[in-house]
Design a binder for this molecule. Structure first.
Ligand code: NAD
Length: 499
């Protein structure tokens, strides 16, 4: 059985001790195993990071940025290899895996310009003969703990800005698809990153706890499910670390009566079922406003859903592939059953789907109508190819539904009415809003983050917020006396007022 290594101080470190099975979800077969590291392994990574970080921080920002220019070139040159590797462990179709890599690369491009964002502020003459300036300095060692669903994009969102501003980094990727993060670390080394600055340690809760307990790790970025995000935030901050922890989601798509329904159906099917619904910015709830809108939408939606092709991740004609594990397939199908028990009408049922010639874990696209806000299956994240329709009577009710939901990652509104869209964007209690855009993931130089139980902590990912998260600000107040000081120095006992 192929074994997936850790990567510490620029070298592979073989797995030892406990291991975790890595599957090919399209085939339903194990393809490798990955070691589950412990505190002793983490310590090796910390030792390497500690030794390398001061010199990296002292390297001028432009030189650091050049590593990212080179890394971008290398990732582009290895795009096919990375996409195939990603699809084989995650199950998303190859075109979607390329998108996963590209959205990470977008942040790497942002990192190429990072010197601009490290410039501090300066005030000349803030007091008599006094100047004030600020500088942004790295935290030292940062760590990232990432989910299975974007094994290229999310690691790059984290290690890119953290390293570009001068930190060393410990990446703990999802144990379900660990190969791409490891390959990215190898490519960072090939791009010229000094050994010890990017280390990859695989593991589960044991490794995560070791990270949260280690006093040399000053900042932790987490993306995953909400219960774990909350745990990471509480434990990490209790241990004095800076923590940003992003959690689950249940994004709503509001459809007003004047929306272009052909466009909506096109957008909705992609956003609800793409990547088998395993995206935190998927659109698993549609809210048509008014019974007439609901009826017209459903008439168009059903044939569109029935025409979708589910296939193995290498099938170029497939719209989406398998879900990530057999347990996850069971869980998704369990939620479909639960939603029907709660009173939902299963309009298209994707349960029990098998494909000829493979034992992969497929779930067909599913549409459930007449879902109500008090259903457990509405309140919780299903994270599968399941679209729930919740009918709203009014615009106000449509604003209230996503606003009152426990999650607040993203939301979209479909309409031709600019005034309604503007009102909606201003009023809705959700972190990222799309107007006729179904998956409103902001571009890399803006910032990503959800509200409520979708995000714990107060600083978002990437863009200028990412630079803020991975640096601390130091402010210097300076004067250069001319040697003519006189008097009894009584004023030195009064708080300086710059008078
Ligand atoms: P997960 O919470 O199971 O795992 C995420 C990470 O936490 C992994 O690295 C895993 O090893 C670690 N982990 C798992 N159990 C742990 C425990 N008990 N203690 C400490 N660490 C633990 O999430 P997942 O299934 O890999 O990813 C899917 C989830 O991530 C979904 O809920 C999805 O919405 C969410 N997600 C959110 C965003 C966002 O930006 N808000 C983006 C992508 C995914």
């Amino acid at each position: 059985m192929r074994s997936i290594d850790h990567f510490i101080n620029g070298s592979h470190v073989s797995a030892s001790g406990r291991t975790h099975q890595v599957w090919n979800p399209s085939e339903g077969k194990q393809q490798a195993e990955v070691g589950l590291g412990d505190a002793a392994l983490l310590q090796q990574a910390i030792d390497a990071a500690k030794a390398a970080q001061p010199e990296w921080a002292a390297t001028n920002p432009q030189k650091r940025a050049r590593v990212f220019f080179k890394f971008k070139e290398l990732v582009e040159a290895h795009m096919d290899e990375l996409a195939e590797m990603l699809s084989s462990e995650h199950g998303k179709v190859i075109a979607d895996s390329r998108g996963d890599v590209q959205r990470g690369l977008d942040v790497i491009e942002f990192c190429c310009g990072i010197p601009h964002l490290l410039k501090g502020e300066y005030t000349q003459g803030a007091g008599p003969g006094i100047d004030v300036y600020s500088m942004r300095q790295p935290l030292g060692i940062g760590a990232g703990i990432t989910p299975f669903n974007f094994p290229a994009m999310i690691p790059m969102w984290m290690f890119g800005p953290a390293i570009a501003v001068g930190n060393a980094f410990i990446l703990k990727p999802s144990e379900r698809d660990p190969s791409v993060p490891l390959r990215l670390a190898e490519l960072m080394k090939e791009a010229g990153l000094p050994d010890g600055i990017l280390n990859v340690v695989h593991g589960d809760k044991e490794m995560v706890d070791a990270i949260l307990d280690h006093e040399d790790i000053k900042g932790v970025s987490f993306v995953g499910s909400s219960a774990i995000a909350e745990y990471i935030y509480s434990k990490g901050t209790a241990n004095g670390k800076r923590v940003q922890a992003f959690g689950g989601a249940k994004n709503h798509g509001i459809v007003l009566p004047d929306a272009d329904l052909d466009q909506v159906v096109n957008d909705l099917t992609g956003a609800a079922f793409g990547s088998a619904g395993e995206r935190c910015m998927a659109l698993p709830v549609v809210v048509p406003v008014g019974e007439d809108t609901a009826a017209r939408l459903r008439d168009k939606l059903v044939p569109a859903i029935e025409s979708l092709k589910v296939g193995v991740s290498t099938d170029p004609d497939a719209h989406y592939g398998p879900v990530v594990t057999s347990e996850h397939k069971e869980k998704v199908e369990g939620w479909i059953a639960k939603c029907a028990e709660e009173g939902g009408e299963i309009v298209v049922d994707g349960r029990g789907l098998t494909l000829q010639g493979t034992d992969g874990w497929f779930v067909g696209p599913t549409l459930i109508d007449h879902v109500k806000p008090d259903f457990e299956s509405y309140k919780e994240e299903i994270f599968g190819p399941v679209l729930q329709m919740v009918r709203a009577d009014s615009f106000d009710e449509a604003v209230r539904l996503p606003s009152d939901h426990q999650y607040g990652n993203g939301v979209a509104i479909f309409t031709r009415n600019g005034h309604a869209a503007r009102e909606f964007a201003a009023r809705v209690n959700v972190g990222m809003v799309g107007v006729n855009v179904p998956i409103p993931v902001p571009v890399s130089y803006h910032t990503f983050g959800g509200w409520k139980r979708s995000g714990f902590g107060d600083v978002n990912q990437h863009g200028p917020e990412g630079v803020r998260f991975w640096t601390k600000i130091k402010t210097v107040t300076q004067r250069w006396p001319d040697g003519s000081a006189q008097g009894d120095h009584k004023e030195a006992f009064v708080i300086p007022t710059m008078g």
